[in-house]
Write a protein that binds this ligand. Structure first.
Ligand code: 2RA
Length: 336
């Protein structure tokens, strides 16, 4: 098994390496891949030194599996080149997510959709993953009709340059600006680009990806996505209306018994999910669970996760694990 991490020098790429290590994913060879600018750089993994190679060199090396987190344009151009040589590409960018021929996977929810002929698989957006993780077991029991979500997103979702902008502003230093406004001491209701309908692309990702993951276009969803000067993870206020009524105690019990979810809901003792506590963890944390007293069959909840872990690297590695466990990685009929 030869695994490539494409975008190995980025924030998500670094997290992918950590997750591969922590989960002890077995492979014989590792390729660390990045743009020509970073090629030649030395990086270490499990105490061994690696030289970062280019995408051209990685295609030559014919990996069995490639975890991509190098931006949408790189994915659009390069994922098909890997696909052609039989590599399974798990792509963290938004480039392929809404393509009809590509599966959009959260393994706990729709891993069963993965088949041997899938060569490019899309990892959903971070803010979508943590929300659908918490909603999936409730959808099964009560059937979701409509979701209203507001996000409070970490600068790490933008990448290293955004973390630098926040730190530079905090230190009173001049530096590269990735946001159109100061981020420290601020809240920007603007993540990714604005679209024709005046929603941002991040907001529409939440709408469209949720429907695709649940294979249900009837789910109504509206989102407002906000960037905050936060580091540990994304937080979300979710208001969800179900077809069927629920019992709040039962909702808590369902969530507490769902793998990958941690219930943190003891308001009297100030216990609720926080990005500072989610940092570096793979689970999705849920709390502030309460009935919306203004609407029928409607629930409020607060969902927090480390956007670089379950929101990106961990989910991608879990897809890889699923593909390996179900013998879906090795190619068929393609001369390699
Ligand atoms: C963000 N959702 O937080 C993005 C990262 N994929 O900006």
């Amino acid at each position: 098994m030869k695994i490539a991490v494409v975008g190995a020098t980025g924030l998500v790429g670094g997290e992918m390496l950590k997750v591969l290590d922590e989960r002890n994913v077995q492979f014989d060879e590792l390729l660390l891949v990045a743009s020509a600018r970073s090629a030649g750089k030395k990086m270490s993994f499990k105490g061994k030194e690696y030289t970062v190679i280019t995408l051209e060199e990685a295609v030559e090396a014919k990996p069995d599996l490639a975890l991509f987190s190098a931006g949408g344009n790189t994915s659009l151009e390069w994922a098909p080149k890997f696909e052609e040589i039989g590599t399974v590409v798990i792509d963290n960018s938004s480039a392929w997510r809404m393509n009809d021929r590509i599966k959009l996977i959260v393994p706990e929810i729709n891993g069963h959709e993965l088949k041997i002929d899938h060569r490019i698989i899309a990892n959903p957006n971070c803010s979508t993953i943590q929300m659908v993780m918490a909603l999936a077991p409730l959808h099964k029991k009560y059937k979701m009709q409509r979701i209203v979500v507001s996000t409070y997103q970490s600068v790490t979702g933008t990448g290293k340059a955004a973390v630098d902008q926040l730190m530079d502003e905090r230190a009173g230093k001049e530096g590269e600006k990735v946001y159109p406004h100061p981020i420290d001491m601020n809240a920007l209701p603007h993540i990714d680009v604005f679209l024709e309908n005046d929603y941002t692309k991040e907001e529409m990702k939440m709408v469209n990806e949720t429907k695709k993951i649940f294979s249900d276009n009837s789910i109504g969803l509206t989102a407002t996505c906000v960037r905050l000067p936060v580091m540990g993870g994304h937080s979300e206020s979710v208001n969800v209306t179900f077809e069927n009524d629920f019992d709040v105690a039962e909702v808590k019990e369902i969530l507490a018994n769902t793998p990958g979810i941690v219930l943190q809901d003891d308001p009297k003792n100030n216990v609720y999910p926080l990005p500072l506590n989610a940092h570096g963890k793979d689970e999705v944390f849920v709390g502030r669970i309460r009935r919306d007293e203004s609407a029928k069959n409607t629930l409020n909840m607060w969902i927090v996760a480390d956007n670089l872990r379950k929101g990106a690297a961990t989910n991608a590695v879990q897809i890889a694990e699923y593909m390996i466990e179900h013998s879906l990685v090795h190619p068929y009929g393609i001369e390699r």
